[in-house]
Design a protein around this ligand. Sequence first.
Ligand code: HEC
Ligand SMILES: [Ca+2]
Length: 289
Amino acid sequence: MRKAKLLATCMTCALAGCAGDGKGLDENGRPEGESSGGTLQPTFQSIQANVFTPVCTACHAGAAAPLGLRLDEGASYALLVNAPSVEVPALRRVQPGNPDASYLIQKLEGTAARGGRMPLNQPALPAETIAVIRQWITNGAPNSPGASGGVGGSSKSRFELVTLTAISPARDEAVPAPVRDIVIASNVELDASLLQSNLIQLRASGGDGNFDSGNEVPVPVNVTVRSDLPSVLAITPRLAPLEADSYELRISGGDPVAMADMQARPIDGDDDGTPGGDFVLRFTVEMTR
Ligand code: HEC
Ligand SMILES: [Ca+2]
């Protein structure tokens, strides 16, 4: 059983070409070459390629990811940095600048108050690997190789469209209840002052999966900015986690107030290649079996 899983992990790794140098996992499921001072660097990209993708995504991927924690490329940063742990909500999964208070580190070191040591049912990561992840967090857990300033800080972004991406739930996805938050990422830094303007609306379908039948139920939400460069927004139902139903999240890209970046460029919410248009995300929350 375990052998099969490891083999599957190795194949995933080989297919993804992770580590960029043909290295995969050794027979203990550890990224090769690290203990011999290999390729792992204290940057998010290096940790993703050498640890999260080859070791963690065997479980932490897709709609069924444990505790909603997806560690695949594209989702992991938004779901780790400044995101509350489900097991110990008082702690963040990654608390920039403070590895000891970061639940991710506690899970990797086996000191967490709840659950097992990660990677679950596999040999622990080498101490040197955990030390590098600690260093990234000490450095402020930046999203880019540089010490600060993500892709949003580059001058190139002035000519890009402002886009939004559904991280969790993904578009049209069915996810198990309860859903504690909806996480959306941008490609640039959004103007957080606009979040006062009520431009994010969440509705439940009323049980019929239809959003035009008149029985829809508005769900009051709080919006928090998890990180800035680029922006990650967490949209949290104010009263209780989402129960089984279909949901529609709408972020305004037009009148009366559009979500926009720091240069007041509105989002290309409907993805038609020109600024403007609402961003609409539909997903279904399913009863947990
Ligand atoms: C074999 C499946 C499996 C693998 C591989 C795995 N995990 Fe997990 N992980 C789980 C399960 C199941 C839970 C919830 C139960 C628990 O904590 O024991 C969990 C919980 C967690 C949590 C707690 C999340 C929260 O919000 O409280 C973190 C952090 C985590 N894993 C990180 C990792 C990392 C990093 C790796 C790779 C080094 C990894 N896991 C590999 C199955 C796995
Ligand atoms: Ca309806």
